[in-house]
Write a protein that binds this ligand. Structure first.
Ligand SMILES: [Zn+2]
Length: 408
């Protein structure tokens, strides 16, 4: 049995108050003890804070090769056109992008991902890369035609079945991602959610991301009609069921866990539903939200009503990097009235809850996996509290532990 005794200036367990001058003991891959004080055999990590590994609940690592976010940001459908063009003109093998994205995530202290994958090659790369964060890998499905619907259903069934057969590594779990209301036929959407429910798998859906999406659903008009027309996919009949934003949320509550990604435009009706649907988490992507210039996100209202809010970077197509740590710093600067503890919880334990992994990760708790990030704190700031020091512009993630092993 391998025992590591680590002493840091601060420990942020997240499920309890910060501990000053504290020790974390790790036995093999799990946390064995957490306490304020010292230990004669402790390795002193100096002017640092130990925090749970960060959970990035929404990424698309397939875009990790992009040097800068794509434009234009408005109308949103033009950004979608840029995304499609970027995929078409891809010069880097997708495997390379994913490897790059995993390495970048780990370097920023992220030890768990909610990843959207569009191909079998992507999934294989996610399985084979090591060291790599844990991940729930949601297979993206989209389309409108009858043929397409049948093909996507089969693909989703095959994908989930491989998990059932125990093909995947302990580190990864499979889920489905019906992409978004504007890219998935309502029939396909409902069938995919049913498949996920039948297989006990999680799902992730982009929901309430733009006003254009609401225009499409509520009024069958707006830029998405133009985009779908240009792609030869528009048929007013595809919305004949009249599914509104609210109707996309409701079936998600039948799953053991579901991610409503973005939720920038959730209204009172959706919030009311989410309050009594604890299986559904909202994933707020702060810097992506800012990049598109949306009105303020309702994340604090959601949390105030008991709804689980996790954080994501989304991809490098809408974010300059994949650092969840920088998302926390962004929130710290943008919301001075929100406590550091709450921001840190969103980036750790709330993400673990969203991905159904809170029994195993998300806090520095005895019995959980030793997935930790070590944060170098600023020098000469003795007068500041641990919370002031942690999300400080001069603090940075310096090392990461996965399953009890330092990987850098
Ligand atoms: Zn996304």
């Amino acid at each position: 049995m391998k025992r590591q005794i680590l002493k840091a200036r601060w420990v942020f367990p997240v499920d309890g108050p910060p501990l000053e001058e504290a020790v974390v003991e790790v036995e093999d891959s799990r946390i064995a003890a957490v306490y304020a004080g010292s230990h004669p055999e402790a390795i002193d990590l100096g002017n640092t804070a130990l925090i749970p590994g960060l959970v990035n609940a929404h990424t698309h690592l397939e875009f990790s090769h992009l040097a800068q976010p794509l434009g234009p940001t408005a109308p949103f459908t033009d950004w979608i056109r840029s995304i499609m063009k970027s995929r078409f003109e891809l010069t880097v093998p997708v495997e390379q992008s994913i490897q790059q994205g995993m390495a970048e995530s780990l370097a920023a202290g992220t030890t768990c991902l909610g990843e959207i994958a569009t191909s079998a090659e992507s999934v294989q790369q996610l399985e084979q890369t090591a060291p790599a964060p844990r991940a729930v890998v949601f297979r993206e499905c989209l389309g409108f035609s009858a043929d397409r619907i049948a093909g996507q259903e089969q693909m989703a069934a095959d994908y989930l079945e491989q998990q059932t057969a125990g093909e995947m590594h302990d580190r990864l779990r499979r889920g489905l991602s019906p992409h978004a209301p504007y890219s998935v036929h309502p029939d396909l959407y409902l069938k995919l959610i049913q498949q996920a429910r039948d297989q006990g798998a999680p799902a992730a859906v982009h929901l309430a991301e733009t006003e254009a999406e609401l225009d499409l659903l509520e009024r069958k008009q707006g830029p998405f009609v133009d985009l779908l027309t240009d792609l030869g996919l528009w048929d007013p009949e595809i919305l004949k069921q009249g599914m509104r934003l609210y109707d996309y949320l409701v079936p998600l509550a039948e799953l053991t866990s579901a991610l409503a990604v973005h939720g920038n435009y959730f209204g009172a009706e959706e919030l009311e539903f989410l309050k009594q649907a604890p299986q559904i988490s909202v994933v707020y992507c702060p810097r992506t939200h800012h990049y598109f210039g949306h009105p303020p996100h309702p994340w604090r209202t959601l949390i105030g009503q008991g709804i689980n809010v996790a954080l994501g970077t989304d991809s490098r197509a809408s974010n300059p990097d994949l650092s969840l740590w920088k998302e926390l710093l962004f929130l710290r600067a943008a919301f001075p009235d929100v406590s550091t503890g709450l921001i840190l919880e969103c980036g750790t334990l709330a993400g673990a809850r969203a991905l159904e992994l809170s029994e195993e990760i998300g806090s520095v708790t005895v019995g959980k996996r030793a997935d930790l990030a070590l944060v170098q704190l600023p020098d000469r700031a003795e007068e500041l509290s641990g919370s002031d020091l942690l999300l400080n512009s001069q603090s940075h993630v310096s090392r990461v532990m996965l399953n009890g092993c330092w990987i850098n």
